[in-house]
Write a protein that binds this ligand. Structure first.
Ligand code: 13P
Length: 248
């Protein structure tokens, strides 16, 4: 399985800023990182130009979409709209969508099902809040999030188009990275749940870590069992630091 080095720009970068950053990242990938795939989730307004700037050196994905073909859903964008902008991936269930925009498990499951049916590679984000962790609910929360989102999926999808990103909410944008032991525990739990859902096909499903990933901690994180990539927020907003992560 290839390691996935993914950037989530969140609500950062205008179209022209996105073009400049994507071009710099593409230039830095002239010598391809061995065994690693690079992926960028820009804001939707920059998706087209970022895809066009990739020189085929990274894939792109959308941070959010609504799971209907089209229709009266003011303010939303559809999967076919983002497909035409070059996106091959979708991000679903990010903690900011769950907590700031109150996306429930049921909507997240609909998004996963819709994206997979429409041929997108789909990265499902899961992770516990500090409160849930301190209450000893890590296993319960991860099991609920994974089972509700993925129980409609087949082992074939698990081994070909699905990825999971473990992002502990308390480590996102805080500078607090989970320790290697925390990451090993959570990724092991996630692999167990995936095994129960998909059997041996789950061994091909990448599990990424996200939460204050930076150039200085990437190699250690990638060395943890069951870590198959990273999902980077803040440190992906500048070409040098993202490229340092990609090549760490
Ligand atoms: P930071 O890397 O800024 O902590 O963000 C992580 C994240 O949420 C990526 O999706």
């Amino acid at each position: 399985m290839k390691t996935i080095m993914a950037a989530n720009w969140k609500m950062n970068k205008t179209r022209s800023q996105g073009e400049a950053l994507a071009s710099e990242v593409a230039a830095g990938l002239e010598k391809r990182p061995e065994g690693r795939d690079v992926l960028i989730f820009p804001p939707a307004t920059a998706l087209n130009i970022v895809s066009q700037s990739s020189m085929g050196r990274f894939e792109t994905g959308v941070q959010n979409f609504y799971p209907e073909e089209n229709g009266a859903y003011t303010g939303e964008i559809s999967a076919s709209m983002v497909h035409e902008c070059g996106a091959t991936w979708v991000l679903v269930g990010h903690s900011e969508r769950r907590h700031i925009f109150n996306e429930p498990d049921e909507l997240i499951a609909r998004k996963v099902n819709f994206a997979v049916e429409h041929g997108f590679k789909t990265m499902l984000c899961v992770g516990e809040t500090l409160e849930e962790r301190e209450a000893g609910d890590l296993r319960k929360v991860l099991t609920r999030q994974l089972t509700s989102a993925l129980s409609g999926q087949s082992p074939e999808a698990a081994s070909s188009v699905l990825a999971v990103a473990y992002e502990p909410v308390w480590a996102i944008g805080t500078g607090k990275t989970a320790t290697p032991a925390d990451i090993a525990e959570a990724h092991g739990l996630i692999r167990d749940v995936l095994r129960a859902l998909f059997g041996s096909a789950c061994e091909e499903l990448p599990i990424l870590y996200g939460g204050s990933v930076k150039p200085s901690n990437t190699a250690e994180i990638l060395g943890v069992d069951n870590v198959n990539g990273v999902l980077v927020g803040g440190a992906s907003l500048e070409a040098k630091s993202f490229l340092d992560i990609v090549f760490a």
